[in-house]
Structure formats: C-alpha cells, structure tokens
Design a binder for this molecule. Structure first.
Ligand code: SF4
Length: 366
C-alpha cells in the first residue's frame, strides 16, 4: 500500500513517477492535492507568473479520409455529400487572409486522402514558406504522413525529409488518441498502432522537427491506458527531446459512430486530473497546454492552476470539433482577458514557444 502524502512529497522533491504510482495517483489522490503539487512543479519549470498563447487557425485542406475512426464526425468518403478537397492556391489564399488578421501559426490537417499526390503536400509547404512568410506551418498529423508514405511509396523518414527540405519544421501531435493498441484497435483500427505514431514522432525529432504530443481521452480507455500513454510519451521525450508541449482533450461524441456507446462528455474534474497528472508524469516536457476551446473557457482558466502554463491558440477557424456540434469561439483580446482574469500576465508566443508580446495584467486599485 502506497503512502499518498509521502508519494506527493517525493514527486515534489523531484522523484520520477513510475507506472504503478501514476495509476495510484489517478485512482487515489484528491484532485486539489494532485493539482497543488502539479502547480508547484509548473512554477519550477516555468517560473514566471505568466501564461502563453498563440494566435493561430486550424483549417483543413480535405475532409476525405479512408481511415474511418469511429470517434470522428469530420471525415467523408469520396463522392459522399459534403466532401471537399481544396487546391494549394485556395489554401495559400486562406493563409494570406489569416495572416492579415494577425495569425502566426497555421495548424493544418486533413483527412487521409489517397487521391492526393505527394507533390501536393510538398508544394503546400514550399509555397506557404515562400508566399506567406508571416505564418509558421504546423502541418500534418502522423496519420497523414503515413498516408503520404503509402501514396509516394517512400518510407516515412524520406517523406519527413522531403517535407523538411520544403521548409516544414513543426508537426502537430494529432492522431495519438490513446497510445494503447487495445483501445486503438476498437476506435481507429485502420490508423496503425501506437508504435506507428511513436515511430513517426521519433523519426521527425531525429531530423530536427519539433512536435507536440496529444491525448484524446474520455471514451473507452481505462486508467491503465492513460498511464501507458504518458509513459510512451515520456520515453520518446527522454530519447529525443522533440516534444514542445503536451495537449490533452476529451472526446466529443456528437455525430460520431462512437456516440451510441459513449454519448456524454468527460467531466471538467477528469480534465483537471489529466492536466495535473500529465504535469507530474511528464517531467521532461516543458509545457502543458490548457484548452479554453475543447473544455470550455472556465475549465481552461482553472486548468492554469492545475499544472498548465499555456492556453493554446485562438483558433480562428476550426472544423473538426464543429462537425461534432462542439463550437467555442474566442479572439486575441478575449484570450488575453481570460488569462488576466486567471491571475497571470498573457504572453503571445510563436509555434515554438518563443515570446512575441507581453500583455501585462492591469493592477487593480485597492
Ligand atoms: S480522425 Fe483523422 S484519420 Fe481518423 S477518420 Fe477523422 S480525419 Fe480520418
């Protein structure tokens, strides 16, 4: 039997959490105790009384996909009503419009569309760098990169190298969901294994890419799966150091096949637990991202006191959660205000967490 108080003290003192301890914390610790230690460690890693955010947008170049994840409401099959694929010209125009609104990061993902040639992706990256230098491309999930490998008949590392040569430097961590093959087989059987996701990330990091790591929980996973997921991320980070941040979000059931089995959202309490546990477990990841978008603004604000030091992006455009009837909007001003209300200075950052602009809290007169 573990002594919870002693364990939290040991973690606070720098002890690395084991799998067994992670599971024990998830099942036995009081949320406020867990959050309290996570918050202390957050300030040790990121000492300033500030929270970062990025001005970004999250468009999609195609919704055609052959992977059929049962948690996804976004994709369409070829010929199905509502399917689309945008040309490179169209996307460049969109990026220019976003840049004119102050966007500095474009997080771009699609479905996995086997009709698109590899040249499309290379062209998209190269033209973005050349024609819209104001925005930083944060493009393509592991699933799309594996899809590019199939289309081009090159191996994943060659695909990554070609995208690097075209100017890509940063890749989003989407497609991880839960890194447990027991879960993956059921919710995204055609997507590849946990090892596939981890392999793409390792290869990307070796080339020099920075990526994020994500987790979508709140469906059919167990506590053990959550801990397994964190353990896998931590191991890769020990090897490569390539993850800039960890970003958890909860499953949104609307309009998905999985809705019949899991019709409800995970609770805010569970979200705060995920944020705090991630901060404790991922002792080698600098930034933990709270999401005003996926969990609601109030929950996002509270998460800033449970171990998170980043507030994500402004998300000018978002279509994936919207397809599941989950819509939340903000803008730079509100993002800054939400961070200020939470007791922090707000710092606008780049994709790679360099600081661009500080928005100081107004001192409230006594
Ligand atoms: S989550 Fe991505 S890979 Fe899976 S079906 Fe949706 S678009 Fe395709």
């Amino acid at each position: 039997m573990m002594n919870l108080e002693q364990l939290l003290q040991d973690i606070d003192g720098g002890k690395r959490v084991t799998r067994e301890e992670g599971l024990y914390l998830l099942r036995n610790s009081e949320l406020l105790e867990l959050g309290g230690v996570a918050n202390e460690i957050r300030f040790r890693k990121n000492p300033s009384q500030s929270v970062t955010f990025v001005v970004d947008t999250n468009p999609n170049y195609t919704n055609i996909c052959n992977v059929d994840c049962i948690f996804c409401a976004f994709y369409r099959h070829p010929g199905e009503e509502g399917e689309y694929t945008y040309s490179v010209d169209h996307m460049i125009q969109k990026f220019k419009e976003a840049a004119a609104k102050g966007v500095t990061t474009v997080l771009l993902q699609g479905g996995v569309n086997p009709a698109l040639p590899f040249d499309y992706y290379v062209d998209l990256v190269r033209r973005t760098r050349n024609e819209v230098p104001e925005v930083y491309p944060h493009f393509f999930s592991t699933s799309e990169i594996i899809g590019m490998s199939a289309v081009s008949r090159m191996d994943v590392s060659e695909v990554l190298q070609c995208l690097w040569d075209a100017g890509l430097r940063s890749i989003p961590g989407g497609g991880a969901e839960i890194l447990s093959d027991r879960v993956k087989k059921k919710i995204s059987g055609k997507k590849g294994t946990s090892a596939d996701w981890l392999r793409v990330m390792r290869q990307a990091h070796r080339i020099g890419y920075k990526t994020t790591a994500t987790m979508m929980y709140g469906h059919i996973e167990s506590d053990e799966d959550i801990v397994e997921h964190l353990e896998s991320i931590r191991q890769v980070q020990d090897e490569t150091g390539g993850f800039t941040a960890f970003i958890p979000w909860s499953f949104k059931p609307g309009n998905t096949p999985l809705e019949k089995v899991i019709p409800h959202y995970a609770t805010p309490t569970r979200y705060l637990q995920m944020i705090a546990l991630a901060r404790l477990y991922l002792d080698n990841v600098q930034h933990i991202q709270a999401s005003w978008f996926s969990e609601g603004k109030k929950t996002g604000q509270i998460a800033l006191h449970f171990g998170a030091d980043d507030f994500g992006g402004t998300l000018l455009e978002e279509n994936v959660h919207a397809a599941a009837n989950f819509v939340n909007k903000t803008n730079t001003e509100e993002c800054v205000q939400l961070i200020h209300e939470s007791g922090f200075d707000a710092i606008q950052r780049t994709t790679l967490y360099e600081h661009l602009r500080v928005y100081k809290r107004m001192e409230v007169a006594a």
